[in-house]
Design a protein around this ligand. Structure first.
Ligand code: NAD
Length: 434
């Protein structure tokens, strides 16, 4: 089938590339000319394992192309996917400006029947609004259908998730449109769940809110563990063995970040507020997460008294491993707090440094390697669980640091290993080693 995908970010690009990989003829459209030029030259503007290879394979096969021209992009499309950003407004609600602009472009350019598929995460009721905008602004009156097809991929494993997702949710305004989108996705071989549009929109927010709740829950348990001399790693292991609970998203740490959980939890609180419902549980989840992001700095201040003049190494800037995405990463808050406390911050990340430069406090010094970052440091903060950090030569690192002190926000090392290597070690929800 011929598909146009609007927006070539983490979701749009992965969707477009993977749809071409299963045989569709895909054209991706973006307003960012630099991005489109890079893509046309076979380079991915985002770091996502496996993506660039598939991108080049499908360009070579002639099934995948990129443009900034909506007229050209929509010309033969049987389906138009909307995958533009829905960032957070100051009040926490979702900003739908990009989605509404795309709806107007669709209205301007479609000349024959098309199915409009919304991948962007949008508040309940938005697909009806998109439909209304298209109907009101259509240059040529042609029939179209709306489908809500929320995206569940995770950055860092986005390509894998697209081929091996747990489910594809389709919320449609007609059975034939639902069937059409089912047919598009058939080669993925993933279970499909069909429902109405509002329920599909809600499934996305409810899923992210639930996962964020699980994270804040285990983080609160970890805070209790510290006070009661229990070990949160063992507690989550023991809990996770219960299949009703499950092992995933039970890792204590310095909270969730990224482009989805922070904004989607706040948006759902707003969505609830709009229908006069106080979502008390979710408000607590957000509060716990904000508090958790500040945990390591508090631990360091308790340990040193003052951070004035201390050299602190930050290992990991991206909000999670295997991505260069810095949006809402805990490292932003932590680096800022450390610098405002008078510390000298030396940071290293295997992939995210370029994106971090324009986002982090300008006083952060970037290092080209772990070794450069740790040399003469008074302590080290681990903020992202990159495998490179799990495998570093701790014996050598110990000799490079001024003091062998680690504050680990992701619990990447066992207490036994830290004892054996002779580090003072402060982690989350476990006893500190001195
Ligand atoms: P992103 O910011 O990485 O990419 C958005 C892209 O849209 C950018 O390239 C931008 O230039 C382009 N764009 C903006 N306005 C446009 C317009 N009018 N026409 C054409 N292109 C336009 O965003 P993302 O992370 O891919 O997220 C997209 C949507 O998917 C959001 O609603 C997000 O909540 C949702 N989502 C994201 C993830 C994730 O892990 N990133 C996962 C699931 C769902």
């Amino acid at each position: 089938m011929r598909i146009a995908v609007v927006g070539t970010g983490y979701v749009g690009l992965v969707t477009g590339v993977c749809l071409s990989e299963i045989g569709h003829e895909v054209i991706c459209i973006d307003i960012d000319e630099a991005k489109i030029e890079k893509l046309n030259n076979g380079f991915s503007p985002i770091y996502e394992p496996g993506l660039e290879q598939l991108l080049n394979d499908n360009i070579a096969e002639g099934r995948l192309s990129f443009t900034t021209d909506f007229e050209q992009g929509f010309q033969y499309a049987q389906a138009i996917y909307i995958a533009v950003g829905t960032p957070q407004r100051d009040d926490g609600s979702a900003n739908l400006d990009h989605v509404e602009t795309v709806a107007r472009s669709i209205a301007n350019h479609i000349r024959e029947y098309v199915v409009v598929v919304t991948k962007s995460t949008v508040p309940v009721g938005t697909n009806h609004r998109i439909k209304q905008i298209i109907e009101e602004n259509m240059v040529e009156k042609v029939p179209f259908n709306m489908v809500s097809n929320p995206e569940f991929l995770r950055e860092g494993t986005a390509v894998h998730d697209t081929f091996h997702g747990d489910r594809i949710v389709i919320g449609a305004d007609s059975d034939s449109a639902a069937e059409f989108v089912k047919e598009i996705n058939k080669p993925f071989g993933i279970a499909v769940f069909c429902t109405d549009i509002q329920s599909a929109e809600m499934i996305k927010y409810a899923s992210n809110a639930f996962l964020a709740t699980k994270i804040s829950f285990i983080n609160e348990i970890s805070n209790l563990c510290e006070k009661l001399d229990a070990n949160v790693e063992d507690v989550s292991h023991g809990m996770g063995m219960d299949q009703r609970i499950g092992r995933q998203f039970l890792q204590a740490g310095i909270g969730y970040g990224g482009s989805c959980f922070p904004k989607d939890t706040k948006a759902l609180i707003q969505i609830a507020g709009n229908v006069e419902h106080e979502f008390d549980l979710l408000k607590s989840v957000v509060r716990v997460n904000n508090k958790q992001q500040k945990l390591l700095v508090k631990k360091a201040k308790d340990r040193f008294g003052s951070l004035e003049g201390k050299t602190i190494t930050i290992l990991g800037l991206a909000f999670k491993p295997n991505t260069d995405d810095m949006r809402e990463s805990a490292s932003i808050v932590i680096c800022d707090q450390l610098i405002r406390s008078g510390a000298i911050v030396k940071a290293y990340d295997p992939i995210a440094i370029e994106k971090a430069r324009s986002i982090l406090n300008p006083e952060v010094v970037f290092a080209a390697s772990i070794e450069v970052a740790v040399t003469h440091a008074d302590c080290m903060f681990i903020l992202t669980e990159w495998s490179q950090f799990k495998q570093m030569d701790l014996t050598a690192i110990r000799t490079m640091m001024k003091e062998a002190i680690i504050f680990d926000g992701r619990n990447i090392f066992s207490l036994e290993l830290m004892k054996e290597k002779g580090f003072e070690y402060h982690s989350v929800g476990r006893a500190s080693l001195y």
